[in-house]
Design a protein around this ligand. Sequence first.
Ligand SMILES: Cc1cc2nc3c(=O)[nH]c(=O)nc-3n(C[C@H](O)[C@H](O)[C@H](O)COP(=O)(O)OP(=O)(O)OC[C@H]3O[C@@H](n4cnc5c(N)ncnc54)[C@H](O)[C@@H]3O)c2cc1C
Length: 581
Amino acid sequence: MDATSATIANIKLTQNALQVLTATLHLTSYLYPEQALVYDGDVFDYIVVGAGSAGCVIANRLTEDPTSRVLLVEAGGDPPLESSLPGLLPYLKHTRDDWNYTSVYDEYSQQCHTPPVDEITRGKMLGGCSSNNNMYYVRANPYDYDNWANIINDDTWNYKNVLPYFIKSEKLQDPNIWNTPTACFHGKDGYLGVTRQYANVTNKYLKAFSELGFKIVFDSNGNFTLGFTEPMLTVANGTRQSTATAFLSPIKNRRNLYVLKNTLVTKINFDEHNNAVSIDAIKENNENVTIIAKKEIIVSAGTINSAQLLMLSGIGPRKHLEDLSINVISDLPVGENLQDHITSISVYATERVNNSQAPKNPHTPLPTVVGQVALNKSQLNPDYQTFNIITDVDGLLQFCAFTCSFKNDICNNFHKLAKGREIMISQTILLRPKSRGRILLRSINPYEYPQIYTRHLSKAVDLNNLAAYIEDVYRVMSTNYFKEVNATFFSLKDCLSYKLGSKDYWKCHALCLATSIYHYVGTCSMGSVVDARLRVFGVKRLRVVDGSVMPAITSGNINAPIIMMSEKAADFIKSENMFSN
Ligand SMILES: Cc1cc2nc3c(=O)[nH]c(=O)nc-3n(C[C@H](O)[C@H](O)[C@H](O)COP(=O)(O)OP(=O)(O)OC[C@H]3O[C@@H](n4cnc5c(N)ncnc54)[C@H](O)[C@@H]3O)c2cc1C
């Protein structure tokens, strides 16, 4: 068996062992709300569909009013132990807590992967993708929110109006940032625990990037974010702060909160005035139920599933719905405008190390150096982001073979070169892609996965930019530290028909080692599917609140922005329903 196949087999063994442990000992269930007893015809004030990053926040905030009965329905169950422990992150992919979607084959963008399609990991559990994401806490740039305000021609979402909601959600646990001028950008009374990483091993890499002229910033979520630093994380007290842990655990005994797990919502029903009045769902015992919402239904099923559920319910492009004999309630471009952040991987070996190291601490993610870079030095918003993970040969192999599913020959070659060296896995992320994908239903069966056309790098400008950005990071090879340790850059055999360092080489490299970082947004965009208060056009009492409503992807990781949006949406819902009963 080659090194790559052996690594995959080991990961699968460990995954199985962890899943059996969690399932038989119910190791995590005490942390989360109990399964609610809900029956056909039951009535609630609000129904929230999907307990992911957004849904948990909404359910928390709506149940602050003790007179509101809120039902939160989730297709998955409680997050397993390996979700709580940040260091066990690599074991979460391809489990029963992952929707395990794949994209439609595009003959172009995933040719160095096995299989040659996007594997689209999505959390299927309380907390959704916040329970299996990489935990980077990034608010993005003021430019992003001012851009949203321009696109929708409404100041509701400009930076000035969103900043208070980032602060509201946050519980920053970092004594150093509290003593800096950027403290005013942070919150201490929110639910979401946030810490900054401190790892000595990153110092020499930070020094190398600063030698290239990049600023070293201390607080990556302050007012000036361009430069290099160690990341902020949704980790506190050694535990992942998914929205399930942060927003549901502390309120699990609220009497007006009902959480129905392992239940798939299959349709939203409307009355003759186009009011959303109830949901159809299939419970874990396969019982079909219809549950009534007196005030509102909030769809927070994520960028893929919210689009699917709306279309199954008659909200979507008329022609597509009619082709499937779905009665059209509102003709809207649901499923279009799919956006994502694509990264390309570069690998550098630095100093010689003894790779037979002690087991890693399960409470901490791997040390990382993060950069946000604008090629044009007068620009204030970044063109690319780079996560440089410091690891060893085993970490590299796991990342290459399992996390990214690159082909065996690529990973085996990396393995050969990496033995006995410290490794920097550099992910370079195209922050504002021009390529757009879309989602279409495959059938009217709610269990059948939709067709996901990611269309990554389908616009030539995206590949050109990505190639330029990895070339920019490659300059690190010229720094003192990289020279001192005789660093090696792992060039790709598949691209060596081009001269290493040429534009064509970088394009070939960028395309081959391109992989999604799972930041799917945009399929129920503000301005085209929902209004600025996230109400679905053409119907009443129905809102979408999750990543799908972003009109343009933000220039950074999207979990913190989605939590911010949910905090803000909860205020919209409360204020609009204040006097209804
Ligand atoms: C592997 C990975 C790594 C990532 N890393 C980072 C990172 O480091 N930092 C960052 O900021 N972002 C990261 N992201 C992105 C970010 O976590 C997600 O974009 C965000 O969590 C999505 O939130 P959401 O509320 O839109 O949807 P989700 O969190 O996906 O929530 C949707 C929920 O709805 C449920 N659901 C769906 N359909 C139904 C239905 N019909 N009935 C009932 N329930 C349903 C789902 O099971 C899920 O729990 C990552 C994502 C992934 C997958």
